[in-house]
Design a protein around this ligand. Sequence first.
Ligand SMILES: Nc1nc2c(ncn2[C@@H]2O[C@H](COP(=O)(O)OP(=O)(O)O)[C@@H](O)[C@H]2O)c(=O)[nH]1
Ligand SMILES: Nc1ncnc2c1ncn2[C@@H]1O[C@H](COP(=O)(O)OP(=O)(O)O)[C@@H](O)[C@H]1O
Length: 221
Amino acid sequence: MSNDPVPPTPARRGLLIILSSPSGAGKTTLARRLMAWDPGLRFSVSATTRPPRAGEVEGREYFFRDRAAFMAMVAAGQMLEHAEVFGELYGSPALPVEEATLAGRDVLFDVDWQGGQQIRNSMLGKHTLSIFILPPSIPELERRLRARGQDSDAVIAARMRKSRDEISHWPEYDYVLVNDDLDRTEKKLKTIVSAERMRISQQPGLVEVVRHLNREFEARQ
Ligand SMILES: Nc1nc2c(ncn2[C@@H]2O[C@H](COP(=O)(O)OP(=O)(O)O)[C@@H](O)[C@H]2O)c(=O)[nH]1
Ligand SMILES: Nc1ncnc2c1ncn2[C@@H]1O[C@H](COP(=O)(O)OP(=O)(O)O)[C@@H](O)[C@H]1O
């Protein structure tokens, strides 16, 4: 048995980690904490036609594009997925995702339910992990949107109206977290990601480990 030719060990393909929630539930905050925890994780920076908020930096939070430039990227097949949310276009550029996952790095997406569906059904969507974040209550969701202090009353009202529709898609996700206490939710999120990385499908090197153990058994005989 120890003379068997060693099968080629397939390299690990990175996971596509999808985070969705109604606006204000806390996914941007949680995504930042996950990125700080694991510097190997790559954040998928989306393109959007929405104007930048105070403090947002081109290429860090988003690539800010006008409609024509955005649609040109779509027409050129450069988007892994794209959708209209709150009257603006949002999309995930495909190339950085392809490069990162080929190199074995996991990629984190902050996208709405439409993006989640399209990513799962895409060419790169074989290994996805999707997590939906719920707010503890609707008044608390509104409080958080206001506390963020970034949006006008009209924008907040539009986001609140849309949140029911977004929430209705929770059963499409692998995991659901209620983001009541931020630190506790962060811990749960990290637990989910850690466990997912230990799946057999995520550890192609296991073939070699077990082969080695078998060689050691044989050496004892
Ligand atoms: N489908 C899709 N949705 C996105 C993308 N980027 C962001 N979104 C979603 O668009 C919505 C609005 O995002 P944003 O304007 O940053 O507002 P916020 O989530 O309320 O802070 C959120 O549900 C995001 O998850 C993307 O590339 N594709
Ligand atoms: N568990 C929590 N408890 C209280 N405030 C929170 C919690 N999670 C996030 N927040 C706050 O709520 C606001 C909205 O969070 P954000 O991450 O921007 O949401 P989203 O990206 O889902 O729109 C922010 O001011 C953030 O600091």
